[in-house]
Design a binder for this molecule. Sequence first.
Ligand code: UDP
Length: 238
Amino acid sequence: MDRDLVKILSYDVDSFTFEQAVEYACSHSGQIVTINPEMIANAQKSVDFSNVIKNAELVVADGIGVEIGLKILGHNVKRIPGIELGKALLNKFSESGKSVAFIGAKQEVVDKAIENLKVEIPELNVVYSHNGYFSDDNEILSDVEKCHPDLVLVALGSPKQEFFIHSLNQYLPNATMIGLGGSFDVWAGAVKRAPKIWQKFGLEWLYRTIKEPQRFKRIFPTLPLFIIKVLKERVLNK
Ligand code: UDP
């Protein structure tokens, strides 16, 4: 299965369906990036972060912002929420007897998330887990390496998790690794996802902003600026 890429503001995004993304991720090792407008804005300000995204093995549109942006540019790509892709990978890897590592969130959150997931996925084989509040990356990197997990879920928030995975790639060239933001909090039951109807209409970001108003400054002005840049790109490409 080959990647079928579309471009947005110079970043490649895979146009896979959810099922194709799962299949691709199960058969390719490397870094999966779940991209959103905030990450694109950060990447435009940081060459290092930009390179991390550009070197990823799979880049999925994790949100309505990138889905709308791609639509403006004439590409019909459905968003793939990272939390759902992460869960699907946990199921698939566990079904085939593969091992998993969890890195991120507070200790009680990551512990509870694993406990809950084990009820849902009895075959889940966790070979390593660590909270996301560490100061020495190298220590964690070499500890994970020793456990050689097949799948690594990293929830440190962006861009921390993407940089961490980029480094981990050198230690674990055969693992599939994905950055999952606040997903462990959801799996632990500490944070609720938006009700299905909000998700369906692409309004999960609005729900999260209402629940956590401090997120407001992350969305504004990033989201409208992103759409303006995409509109500019569309005009220039005509
Ligand atoms: N986090 C962490 N280490 C840090 C900073 C954050 O493990 O140094 C965790 C935090 O506990 C939370 C997640 O990273 O579980 C970030 O969640 P957020 O909702 O900010 O991520 P988003 O989904 O918005 O990228």
